[in-house]
Design a protein. Structure first.
Length: 600
């Protein structure tokens, strides 16, 4: 589409291109020039005559090399030629590099170059052809015929310019005009077929518009019309007379078909462009988000309806305002930094959540996305900003966070209460789960685990012995040693606890923590004899914290042991029974920042 627009960008350039194509089909040297000015178009025969390459500079040099008297005569004739606007001719002898020639000039009243100015056209004809002088009237007649054909090309272009207003109906006007450019105008019939629609001249006879062998009463020409290289129609021209088309007339039909194709390309490209522009305008204007364009300084150029609604300002008020005028003071610097990074070429776009101040003074939240549009030379042109009002979403998220935190606090408090209630059944282990949880959390933080994992570990360690609710209290509080059957019953608490917890939907592996906190790295633990990485990290941490707290606490079957004894046990089991990284972290916590219940 861009190439089509470019081809039609300047009317005069297009006319000259059409004129050049037609002129090259003329056998005799042909030219078009400004009155008392330089040459605009010359054909191949002209260049061959003077043996120069095709550049207008070379052609105009030839004229300047003519004897001064010749130039003066040429200028005088051109100055006086047809001041009344009627056609006229003059002849002047010049000498080419090889032959003596007549320089015949004709002035046309038509604007054949599309710039509104009259032009001088002419042909250079040998005075002797096959030993016989050419008659001047015949030369003038030939020149007149060429001008008629040029005027037809111009009229065709002018008519086709009205495609946007009149549509393909202009092809009917063109079919009426084409026969006038032919030597046998009355005997010439024309039909233009395009997209299965026919447009004919007034003297068109359908029975004669066909290629029929053996019928010499007329001749026939046909040329396809192919916008963008796709054949969609043709021009059909016939002669209802026993004569042949001239070479220039055949060329004229080719040029007309090409001209029609180009104009239709332009017309359809323009319609498509208008549709795209309308689609863009509607997309911009009626988008469900605010859209604006801004200059390099951050001032708004235009805004859509949604942005009016979001900010409360009219489009006229927004135009010319700076982004600083509507931004919350605390967000101006960050926005400016992002803008400058785009201008510096450090990024193609940016997104941020920021606050704006509406016209009524209310503060709103928006998701801002900005892109930089660049010119063909890659220099900055303007910004496109997309502004989505997320005030309600932001408030909803904040409310959800508040409620989530409240629910989490309630859940943790419930877990703590449940843990305390369970410990009331065993006064010897009162505070055990809370102390294990405190030490496990400290170990996890020492290991650099994230907050979410630490929070899950806090809850899991508070519940790690919840399965003891299933164990008779007399076994939990018995001061003597347990027999094998009783100890086997005690060991079921981890599995029972996991079954209790498994019905609660939580975002952490609490069930695994409760089930595995008595598993050991070497597979010697219970209930499933898991080993190594098969045991979740949180359970490995609880195992170390549980061992330290249990040894430091008083039990009905033994007195409390020293902290040093507990540390020796986990050190001896490091990398064999207990996770080495967990043991190292536990030692650092106990030696450097121990919980209050650890007393050396």
């Amino acid at each position: 589409m861009y190439k089509v627009e470019q081809a039609f960008n300047k009317n005069a350039s297009r006319r000259l291109a059409e004129l050049q194509g037609f002129a090259d089909a003329i056998n005799m040297p042909f030219f078009c020039k400004e009155r008392q000015g330089e040459f605009l178009v010359v054909n191949r025969a002209f260049l061959n005559l003077f043996k120069v390459p095709r550049t207008l500079e070379n052609v105009n040099t030839i004229v300047r090399l003519l004897p001064h008297s010749k130039i003066a005569t040429l200028s005088k004739h051109e100055e006086n030629l047809n001041k009344d606007g009627d056609s006229g001719h003059f002849g002047m002898r010049i000498v080419s590099p090889e032959k003596s020639s007549d320089f015949i000039v004709h002035k046309t009243a038509a604007d054949i170059c599309g710039d509104g100015a009259l032009k001088v056209v002419g042909m250079i004809v040998n005075t002797v052809d096959d030993g016989h002088p050419l008659a001047a009237p015949q030369i003038i007649t030939d020149l007149d015929e060429r001008v008629k054909e040029l005027e037809c090309l111009y009229d065709a272009s002018a008519t086709l310019e009205r495609l946007a207003d009149n549509g393909l109906a202009v092809l009917h006007e063109l079919a009426q005009r084409i026969p006038l450019a032919f030597t046998q105008a009355q005997a010439t019939g024309v039909k233009i077929e395009f997209d299965q629609q026919s447009y004919t001249s007034s003297n068109y006879q359908s029975d004669k518009d066909q290629l029929t062998k053996g019928k010499a009463s007329y001749k026939h020409l046909i040329q396809s019309i192919s916008p963008l290289g796709k054949e969609r129609g043709y021009i059909s021209v016939y002669l209802d007379k026993d004569v042949s088309f001239l070479d220039e007339e055949r060329c004229l039909i080719k040029e007309l078909a090409r001209t029609i194709s180009l104009h239709i390309e332009k017309h359809e490209a323009q319609k498509e462009l208008e549709q795209h522009e309308l689609l863009f305008e509607h997309t911009f204007e009626y988008a469900a988000v605010g859209i604006c364009h801004g200059d390099k300084n951050g001032c708004f150029i235009r805004a859509n309806k949604k942005l009016e609604e979001i900010w409360g300002y009219s489009k006229e008020e927004i135009k010319g305002m700076s982004f600083k005028d509507v931004s919350h003071p605390d967000d101006i610097e960050e926005t400016a930094n992002h803008k400058n990074s785009l201008l510096a070429g450090e990024a193609d776009n940016f997104s941020m959540e920021k606050r704006y101040i509406r016209k009524n003074g209310e503060i709103m939240w928006a998701n801002l996305t900005v892109s930089l549009v660049k010119r063909p030379d890659q220099s900055p042109d303007y910004f496109i900003g997309v502004i989505e009002d997320i005030t309600e979403k932001r408030h909803a998220i904040e409310e959800t966070k508040r409620l989530t935190q409240k629910v989490k606090r309630t859940f943790v408090e419930t877990v703590a209460a449940l843990s305390q209630a369970m410990e009331l059944r065993d006064p010897y282990t009162a505070g055990h789960q809370e102390q294990v949880s405190e030490l496990a959390v400290a170990i996890a933080k020492e290991m650099g685990l994230d907050e979410e994992t630490v929070e899950g570990l806090r809850i899991g360690s508070l519940l790690h012995d919840i399965g003891k609710l299933y164990i008779p209290s007399e076994l939990l509080c018995r001061p003597g040693r347990l027999n094998p059957e009783e100890f086997a019953l005690i060991k079921t608490h981890s599995k029972v606890g996991a079954e209790i917890i498994s019905h609660i939907d939580m975002p952490w592996p609490i069930t695994e923590m409760v089930l595995q906190h008595h598993e050991r790295l070497d597979g010697s633990g219970y209930p499933h004899g898991l080993s190594g990485e098969a045991i979740v990290l949180e359970a490995r941490i609880i195992a170390v914290a549980d061992t330290i707290q249990a040894m430091c606490g008083h039990r009905p079957y033994r007195p409390a042991k020293s902290v040093e004894s507990a540390l020796n046990v986990i050190q001896q089991g490091k990398a064999n029974i207990y996770d080495a990284a967990v043991v190292d972290a536990a030692l650092n916590v106990v030696h450097n920042n121990p919980p209050a219940w650890i007393v050396f």
